[in-house]
Design a protein around this ligand. Structure first.
Ligand SMILES: Cc1ncc(COP(=O)(O)O)c(C=O)c1O
Length: 482
């Protein structure tokens, strides 16, 4: 049923097999061109072979809580396979780890884990996160733990890199005894900078803490090994990622965590499917996974589609994909650093910090919203702009710009300036991104940098602060399917 190819042959085939790669829009110039999708960090496009499998599966669709009829048996079997596939994809031993699906992404999983870890060890009231976290790996811990410490990042020539392992260890030492867990992103959703998660895990364990990894930007880009039999001290205790960032939109969030930790507290969510028996006076929770963690009817097709996408990633090989992406990121950094007036955020020397997926930048004298609007309206390049739900990190990097004299500004005006200017443009990549996409971005930025005044003159700012083209209007009506 599925492709029998593997490795680079499968990669070449799959690279072109995403829904949305041929989408066309008409631009401000009147031309109709193919969209260049550089917003994969927000959500990746859908892998078509995974979609095809789910369409086929719909013939048999049934609730996994039904058990006896044929469709229910097929659904239950497929759905169970999806859990097993997640565990093997992340190198998590099924004897000690469980996978469950939850909510719509990493956010739901991270909220669940914060509550589990808090209730599992209420006497340990402190958690560490880094300053580069997405709000989804910061606010749940702030809400549930008594104390949160933001670990600083390394800095080199005024550019921020990955989390500083020495400072992490010092903080752990200082707070030993109260430390419950470290929650660290594997990859920044702003700069694409990778964190040393295995080293951090070793430190966490040395000081009696658990290690949680936000894998939202990791899973689709980097090989992950939650269990390392040679170095068990580096094992990751729990990891969360989003299906919609792993080539299957509409799929759930994925949590993979140590069973003993999950079993130490009653599941946070209760209802049908997770109980052994219910009496009017009490109820007995199942001890089996994933049932005890998945109250209610799950997103069965989403989970199956994601498992197929992951199966294909594994067959291509995550090591192979990581190397391919490394070449693409290096090309993008090389091309972009040559554009006059560009500021690329975070450590750009990949010998010092590995990067995947995202590159964030600003163009001199252009607001991030305007750059993103021009890229869209004139070049059909889809990027994201603003603070990417990582306000402290973005603010810190903009502040660093000021301090390093990239911008000339009076100290008294700094807060106003940051408020006004905070935000960046982010170009981000997936396995369907090609060299030609990078060239198109670099050419567009070069053209914008050369003719900034011309482009600026086509826009005004509306009451909500958005850049609106003075004459071009994008008509959404024809895109409604019904
Ligand atoms: C690093 C990181 N963590 C967490 C999230 C939240 O993911 P979701 O929106 O799927 O809950 C994101 C989303 O962009 C992210 O990039």
């Amino acid at each position: 049923m599925l492709h029998k190819k593997t490795g680079s042959a499968l990669f070449t085939e799959i690279q072109n097999a995403f829904i949305g790669l041929d989408t066309q829009y008409t631009l401000a110039t009147g031309e109709t061109t193919k969209r260049i999708y550089l917003d994969s960090t927000a959500s990746t496009l859908m892998m078509k072979p995974a979609h095809d499998v789910v369409e086929h599966y719909y013939q048999h669709y049934a609730n996994t809580h039904s058990t006896l009829h044929f469709g229910a048996k097929i659904s239950t079997d497929y759905y169970q396979w999806a859990h097993e596939r997640m565990l093997s994809f992340l190198g998590a031993n099924p004897k000690t780890y469980a996978c469950f699906f939850t909510g719509s992404g990493t956010t739901a999983g991270m909220n669940r884990l914060a509550r589990v870890f808090k209730h599992g060890r209420p006497e340990k009231t402190t958690a560490l996160v880094s300053i580069m976290e997405h709000h989804s790996n910061d606010l749940p811990h702030r809400k549930h733990m008594e104390k949160i410490i933001h670990v600083p990042l390394k800095e080199r020539n005024g550019k921020l890199g990955c989390v500083c392992i020495d400072m992490l260890e010092n903080i752990c030492k200082e707070h030993q005894g109260q430390l419950n867990y470290i929650a660290l992103t594997g990859v920044s959703n702003v700069t694409g900078i990778m964190n040393p998660i295995y080293e951090a895990a070793e430190i966490a364990h040395r000081y009696g803490a658990y290690m949680i990894v936000d894998g939202a930007q990791l899973a689709a880009h980097v090989p992950v090994q939650m269990c390392n039999p040679k170095h068990p001290e580096q094992n990751i205790d729990a990891l969360v990622f989003s299906g919609h960032k792993t080539y299957y939109p509409g799929s759930p969030g994925v949590v993979v965590a140590r069973k003993d930790l999950l079993l130490s507290v009653e599941p946070e969510e209760v209802g049908g499917g997770m109980v052994q028996d219910v009496f009017t006076e009490n109820y007995v929770v199942k001890s089996t996974f994933p049932d005890r963690e998945e109250a209610g009817t799950p997103n069965i097709p989403g989970a199956i589609g994601l498992a197929v996408a992951i199966d294909i990633l594994d067959r291509i090989g995550m090591d192979f994909l990581f190397k391919e992406e490394d070449k693409l990121i290096q090309l993008a950094l090389d091309k972009m650093t040559n554009i006059p007036g560009i500021r690329i955020y975070g450590e750009t020397n990949t010998n010092h910090c590995k990067r995947v997926a995202s590159i964030s930048f600003n163009m001199k004298d252009l607001d991030h919203g305007l750059t993103a609007a021009i890229l869209n309206d004139y070049f059909n390049i889809a990027v994201r702009n603003d603070c990417f739900c990582a306000h402290p990190y973005v603010k810190e990097m903009i502040m660093d710009d000021l301090m390093s004299g990239v911008e000339n500004i009076e100290m008294d005006d700094i807060d106003d300036y940051i408020e006004l200017k905070r935000g960046m443009v982010r170009a981000s990549f997936g396995l369907y991104s090609k060299d030609e996409d990078v060239h198109a971005l670099a050419d567009a930025l070069m053209e914008i940098s050369k003719n900034a005044e011309k482009y600026i003159s086509h826009y005004h700012v509306d009451a909500s602060g958005n850049y609106v083209h003075k004459s071009f209007r994008f008509d959404i009506e024809p895109f409604y399917p019904i």
